[in-house]
Design a protein around this ligand. Structure first.
Ligand SMILES: [Zn+2]
Length: 451
């Protein structure tokens, strides 16, 4: 190539310094290579060998690898063409390209594709009489469709007790699970209880039991605060009572650590034996006056005079002001024996449930528990109790409370109320008149209407 002057680069610092004469060649195997290189260098008039980092020497490396991997015939010169090909355009070109490139944006669809939504075949059959092509699916859809009803663009399923349950898509079902278990009134119920509660709220999807169990077992808070069950199951000993708010169990939870940010360290709680309804307030310390005020303001003035209040033997339950109170309102005050505190089992059971709900609700520093107490109480009232098979709210008021979830995903009763408030009022009036007629017809005294 008739080159006289050459600037050469190498990534081996040892070889470069040996060629420049800075290091001596001690390794015998390197000597022949070194002498050959020195001979070749002597063919040039001016030659410099410099060191560069390995990362900047990749082209020479690739060439050396190629030469080593090919067996080239010695008698013939072979020309190797080096081409450059970028898998991605170089950075500078890429920047310009951004402006020209076609941008494809995707947004999350609100609704699932039709073939994924379990409701679609049933709606198609109910509206258009159309069945899927698969013969097995055809029979299944025909069989299942008898239980469903399509009303105001919403699919409802008739449950065994005749209630119409709103059918939810997969996305809505996930939202419903989350809101009922963890949301504002979520009491972190176990799987079967969770699915039962969703059903009572008026929702349905085919895998709700399995999904509820899966959701509850994967909830982080539930795993952290799960109870250790050391006792074998025992039969329940029912307490016979005649009406709600007849007997209350009274107990104090505490001392609670850490104190709340407002220095509360106790919770005074009362539980109704009939409906399992509960009332609770946070306290800085428990004094006799606090207890009597609580009984007066939270029990008597709200739910009437009970016939019995059961508590343990703590001094604040045995004081003079307490005696005055039950003499004035003529209710009985029983004490659980100190050797058998579990005879006040109702209050003790509520304490445990309330503490568990609170544990799952409090923030990281745990000092906001006094603010979370009303929310925990609400979650407790909205959860089905095993002993009654019903929520305390339902036992007291005769229907389920409307929860925030029901407003977002309207269940049948909310949907009807929202769409036809006037018709709803007319239905109520008709019901009232029918009730009036029934009473008159059965010989009782009818409701007198003023004209
Ligand atoms: Zn949970």
């Amino acid at each position: 190539m008739h080159i006289d002057c050459l600037q050469a680069y190498g990534d081996s610092q040892l070889a470069v310094r040996q060629l420049n004469g800075q290091y001596a060649v001690r390794n015998a195997t390197l000597v022949p290579y070194h002498e050959r290189a020195k001979y070749l260098m002597s063919q040039f008039q001016d030659i410099h060998v410099s060191h560069i980092p390995r990362s900047e020497n990749d082209k020479a490396d690739a060439l050396a690898n190629l030469a080593a991997s090919l067996t080239l015939p010695s008698e013939r010169d072979i020309q190797v063409t080096i081409g450059e090909r970028y898998l991605l355009p170089p950075a500078i070109e890429r920047i310009e390209e951004v402006a020209d490139s076609n941008v494809i944006t995707s947004s999350e669809c609100e609704e699932e594709p039709d073939d994924l939504d379990w409701r679609h075949p049933i709606i198609e059959y109910l509206l258009l009489g159309k069945l899927p092509n698969d013969s097995r699916k055809k029979a299944e859809v025909r069989r299942r469709a008898t239980r469903f009803l399509y009303l105001n663009d919403t699919l409802y399923k008739r449950s065994f007790d005749g209630m119409l349950l709103r059918c939810l898509s997969k996305q809505d079902a996930t939202k419903a699970l989350h809101d009922t278990h963890v949301g504002t009134c979520g009491a972190h119920q176990a799987g079967p209880k969770l699915s039962n509660q969703l059903k009572r709220l008026g929702y349905y999807w085919p895998t709700m039991v399995r999904d509820s169990i899966k959701f509850a077992t994967t909830c982080k808070d539930c795993q952290l605060h799960e109870d250790f069950i050391h006792q074998p199951p025992q039969q329940l000993h029912p307490t016979t009572l005649s009406w709600p708010f007849e007997a209350w169990g009274l107990d104090v939870i505490g001392m609670i650590k850490p104190k709340s940010s407002r220095q509360h360290q106790y919770i005074l709680a009362a539980t109704d034996y009939f409906s399992k309804w509960a009332e609770a307030i946070p306290l800085k310390e428990v004094r006799a006056d606090d207890v009597t005020n609580f009984i007066r303001n939270h029990i008597i003035y709200r739910y009437g005079v009970p016939s019995k209040i059961i508590s343990d033997n703590a001094l604040y339950f045995k004081c003079k002001s307490m005696t005055k109170l039950y003499e004035k309102y003529k209710f009985q005050h029983s004490f659980s024996a100190s050797y058998n505190p579990s005879s006040n089992g109702q209050a003790e059971a509520f304490n445990k449930v309330l503490c568990n709900i609170l544990k799952n609700m409090v923030s990281g520093n745990k000092r906001d528990w006094h603010e979370r107490l009303p929310e925990a109480l609400w979650a407790y009232m909205m959860t089905i109790r095993n002993s009654t098979g019903c929520t305390p709210y339902n036992l007291v008021f005769g229907f389920e409370a409307v929860l925030p979830l029901e407003v977002q995903l309207p269940s049948l009763r909310v949907a009807l109320q929202l769409t036809n408030p006037e018709e709803n009022a007319n239905v109520r009036l008709e019901e009232l008149e029918a009730f009036n007629r029934n009473i008159s017809g059965s010989g009782g005294r009818g409701i007198q209407q003023k004209s």
